[in-house]
Ligand binder design. Structure first.
Ligand code: EPZ
Length: 418
C-alpha cells in the first residue's frame, strides 16, 4: 500500500510554487473536445484527475500529448458520444463532459457520476438547465441517455444554487447552441471566468457581468487555441497552512492572491503575518496560532469549502475553540476522525464541527478520506511529534502535484513508501 511517512516538528523555509488549478483544467479539457484544430494548455498540472480526463478525451477520439506542463489536445470527429462507466467512475467530475458532448454531437450517453466521499453529488441542476436548452434525458439503469430531438437552443436559466459544475455544463452546451443563453445566479468561482476565457480564445462568445450573470452567444464552431491554466487557489491555501502550522516563514509563489481573499483574514486572525504581492504571498507564522471562533463556508467569493479541511488542521493546535459550519457539502468532516487519532479534539455533527485546540499533535497511522481531507492530514503530520504514516495517498495525488517533493525541498522530511 503506497503511503507517505512524515517526520513532524521541522520548520519550512523558502518558496512553495503553486501549480495550475485542477478545477480550471478539467472543464477546459472538456471544452477542448469542441475545438477543431487543436489546443495547447500551458501550466496544466500533472494530476491523476487530469490524467482521467485525458483518458476520456482519448476514448472520445481525441489525441492528447503532454510535454512537461503543456498538454496538447487534437479533437477528433469520431462521433463517439458515450463515456463508459469505468471512465466515469475514475473521476466524479467527468459529468462536465456532458455539456461538451451535447454541443458537439447533440447526444450523449454516460453513467450517473454517483456520490463521493463528500456525500451525494446530485446533478439535478445540470439536467433541469439543459432540458431548457432542448435536451431530453432518459434513464436506462445506471446510464443517462441524452438526446436533442429538435435543436440545441439558448435559454434563460436561473440557478437556485450557484453550482460550479452546472454553470460549466450550461456554458459548454450553450457555446455551440443556436441563440443566446443567460445564466443568473451562476457560480462565480475563478474557474468559471477561466472557462469563459478559453471558450472566447477558441472563437466563442461568453460575457460575464459584474454580478456574475453569464451570457453565452452560440457560434457555429470553435477553433484552435492556446491558453494557460490559472493557479490553483486551494493548493496555495494548503501551502500557506503548511507554513503556518510549522511556525515557518515561507513564500507561496506563482499564485493569484485575488482568488483567495476570503482566506487571508482567517490566517491573519490566527496570528499569521501576510505580505501579499502580485503573484506571491509571504507568510510569517506566529509561535502560537490563535483559534478563530467561527468559520463558515460559502459559495465564492465566500470562504471556500475546499479550504475547510486545511484550515481545520491548523485549528487543531490553535489556542481556543473554532466552530466550523459547512454549507456546501454534506460530509466535509471525514478527516476529523483521522485528525483525532493524532491527538486532535474535534466533535462533528451534520454541518457543524467544533475544534478545541490542543498543545501538540502526535504521530499516528492515518488514512486519507478525500482530497482535501488528505491535505489536512499532511498539514497536521508536519507539526505532529514523531513520524506519521499517511495511507490512501491516491486521494492527495488527485489534486496535488508532487506534494512530498515540494514540501521536502522547503525542509520537510517526507518519504513515499510504495
Ligand atoms: C466543484 O464541485 C469543485 N470540483 C469542488 O472541488 C468544489 O468543492 C465545488 O465546486 C464547490 O466550489 C470541480 O470543479 C471538479 P457544485 P461541483 O456543483 O461542481 C449541490 C475539490 O476538492 N448540487 O457547486 O460538484 C452539490 O451536491 C472538489 O477539488 C446539487 O444539489 O460543486 C453540493 O452540495 C471537491 N445539484 C453543492 O451543490 C446539482 O445539480 C455544490 O456543488 C449540482 C450541485
Amino acid at each position: 500500500m503506497e503511503r507517505y511517512l512524515v517526520k513532524g516538528g521541522r520548520t519550512l523555509e523558502g518558496n512553495l510554487r503553486v501549480h495550475g488549478a485542477k478545477n480550471a483544467a478539467l472543464p477546459i479539457l472538456a471544452a477542448a473536445l469542441l475545438c477543431e484544430g487543436g489546443c495547447e494548455l500551458h501550466n496544466c498540472p500533472q494530476l491523476s484527475d487530469v490524467e482521467a480526463a485525458c483518458h476520456i478525451l482519448d476514448h472520445l477520439g481525441c489525441k492528447t500529448h503532454r510535454q512537461d506542463d503543456v498538454l496538447l489536445i487534437e479533437a477528433g470527429d469520431s462521433r463517439i458520444c458515450c463515456i463508459p462507466e469505468q471512465l466515469m467512475r475514475e473521476m466524479r467530475s467527468s459529468i462536465v463532459f456532458l455539456g461538451a458532448l451535447l454541443a458537439k454531437y447533440r447526444q450523449a450517453r454516460l453513467s450517473f457520476p454517483g456520490g463521493c466521499e463528500l456525500g451525494p453529488r446530485p446533478i439535478d441542476l445540470h439536467l433541469s438547465s439543459l432540458e431548457k436548452m432542448g435536451v431530453v434525458f432518459t434513464q436506462d439503469g445506471e446510464q443517462l441517455l441524452c438526446e436533442v430531438p429538435n435543436e440545441l437552443h439558448g435559454a434563460s436559466i436561473d440557478l437556485p444554487f450557484p453550482s460550479v459544475g452546472a454553470t460549466e455544463n450550461i456554458m459548454l452546451a450553450a457555446s455551440l447552441a443556436k441563440g443566446e443563453t443567460m445564466i443568473r445566479n451562476a457560480a462565480r468561482e475563478p474557474e468559471i471566468a477561466a472557462l469563459a476565457d478559453f471558450i472566447n480564445r477558441a472563437g466563442g462568445c461568453v460575457f460575464i457581468e459584474k454580478d456574475g450573470t453569464v451570457h453565452i452567444k452560440g457560434v457555429k464552431k470553435l477553433g484552435a487555441c492556446r491558453c494557460s491554466v490559472i493557479p490553483d487557489r486551494i493548493v496555495a491555501v494548503t501551502y500557506l497552512c503548511c507554513g503556518a502550522i510549522t511556525g515557518s516563514t515561507v513564500t507561496v509563489s506563482d499564485c493569484e492572491p485575488d482568488h483567495m481573499r476570503a482566506v487571508f483574514p482567517i490566517l491573519e486572525e490566527m496570528g499569521c503575518e501576510l505580505e501579499i504581492g502580485e503573484r506571491e504571498i509571504l507568510l510569517r507564522s506566529p509561535k502560537q496560532l490563535k483559534a478563530v471562533k467561527h468559520i463558515t463556508t460559502m459559495p465564492y467569493p465566500g470562504f471556500p469549502t475546499d479550504a475547510l479541511a486545511p484550515i481545520m488542521a491548523l485549528s487543531t493546535i490553535a489556542r481556543g475553540t473554532t466552530i466550523f459550519t459547512e454549507n456546501i457539502f454534506q460530509n466535509r468532516y471525514k478527516q476529523a476522525w483521522e485528525l483525532c487519532r493524532m491527538g486532535a479534539d474535534i466533535r462533528s455533527e451534520g454541518r457543524i464541527a467544533v475544534v478545541r485546540g490542543v498543545s501538540r499533535l502526535h504521530h499516528a497511522n492515518v488514512r486519507c478520506t478525500d482530497l482535501r481531507g488528505g491535505a489536512a492530514l499532511m498539514i497536521a503530520a508536519l507539526a505532529a511529534e514523531g513520524e506519521t504514516s499517511i495511507e490512501e495517498i491516491r486521494h492527495i495525488q488527485r489534486g496535488y502535484e508532487n506534494l512530498p517533493a515540494v514540501l521536502s525541498r522547503a525542509g520537510a522530511c517526507i518519504v513515499q513508501e510504495n
